[in-house]
Design a protein around this ligand. Structure first.
Ligand code: 47J
Length: 329
């Protein structure tokens, strides 16, 4: 099988990208996250006080309860959820997993409860970091990959408009030039890779090193040397204690940022680095490139980098030789 599902920005800042997913007989809007490995949903097992206006998965109606199984996840940004586990049919686009572990939330942190755009997450990192106990469960990709035309999926996310996640095939109409491949280190359960030299305005701004490709993270978190060298090219920028990161006048001209990955140079358009005003109506804006001290030292290529590129999460060389493919959209 193979196919595509629409990925829509959750808000005007491209905070996340959500896709329609049918779990059992209910369609929910889920955040596809290549930085985690649990498929969890708001459900009829979520306390009414926490259901908000979310669409709900009804495990009792269509699923098989995995008796005594539990899950509990905390993300890098401190958000989290936990609950019980069903096995059920999950359909994404035209791709079906017949017995997918659907993790029903019995508790979710306030950010999830109030984020009405997102009814849960689909973890697309490696199953080695799935949190279900006593028996770890497989991700949607791991469950379907042997039935896909090719064992891969591609993220084709866009700034301010709908893109897609494609499962099982490469679509040459969605990228330009050739795909540059680079080896993946999945020893920590992530799509880890090495990024190299960076430049801004023709000037070298240092090398990045080990990083993860994470569709579930909004911004681009880099070594402080690279970040300070970037904002040195942005008039009026500063690293604000008040706002916990680099800010600049919303009217500032933001230069493009270039990075070498897999022997090819990729560019993030400068305007993508204007995340949003620090508060509604402010003329001070918060940067979409921030130091990796904000992510516990991990360098994270989040949506700020991913949107505008064609990113392939690829196991065609075997599940022990995963790789990332990158191309310009
Ligand atoms: C909910 C969520 C997912 C991620 C990225 N893995 N973050 C930082 N927060």
């Amino acid at each position: 099988q193979q196919g595509s599902v629409t990925a829509s920005p959750s808000d005007s800042m491209d905070d996340s990208y959500i896709c329609p997913v049918t779990t059992g007989s209910n369609t929910l809007h889920l955040d596809f996250d290549t930085g985690s490995s649990d498929l969890w949903v708001f459900s009829t097992d979520t306390p009414a006080s926490e259901q908000g206006s979310h669409s709900l998965y009804n495990g009792e109606a269509t699923g098989k309860l995995l008796s005594g199984y539990t899950w509990d996840i905390t993300y890098e940004d401190g958000s989290g959820s936990k609950g019980i586990v069903y096995s059920d049919k999950v359909v994404i686009g035209p791709v079906t997993a017949t017995s997918q572990a659907v993790e029903a939330a019995t508790s979710a942190s306030s950010g999830f409860v109030s984020d009405t755009s997102t009814d849960g997450l689909v973890g697309l990192a490696f199953s080695s970091i799935n949190t279900v106990e006593p028996q770890q469960q497989l991700t949607f990709f791991d469950n379907v990959k042997s039935s896909l035309a090719s064992p891969l999926f591609a993220a084709v996310l866009k700034h301010g408009k709908a893109g897609t996640y494609d499962f099982g095939y490469l679509d040459s109409s969605k990228y330009t030039g050739s795909i540059a491949y680079t080896a993946v280190d999945n020893s920590q359960g992530f799509w880890g890779f090495t990024a190299g030299a960076t430049t801004v305005g023709g000037k070298s701004t240092g090398s990045v090193g080990a990083a993860i490709m994470d569709t579930g993270t909004t911004l681009l978190y880099l070594p402080s040397k690279v970040v300070s060298a970037y904002y040195a090219q942005v008039k009026g920028s500063s690293n604000s204690n008040t706002y916990g990161g680099y800010i600049f006048p919303c009217s500032a001209t933001l230069p493009d940022w270039n990075v070498s990955i897999g022997g090819t140079t990729f560019t993030v358009t400068g305007s993508y680095f204007n995340y949003s005003p620090v508060s509604s109506g402010s003329s001070t804006c918060y940067g979409a490139m921030q130091p990796n001290s904000q992510t516990g030292g991990s360098t994270v290529f989040g949506d700020t980098f991913i949107k505008g590129h064609y990113i392939v999460f690829d196991q065609t060389q075997g599940s022990n030789s995963p790789r990332l493919g990158l191309a310009k959209q």
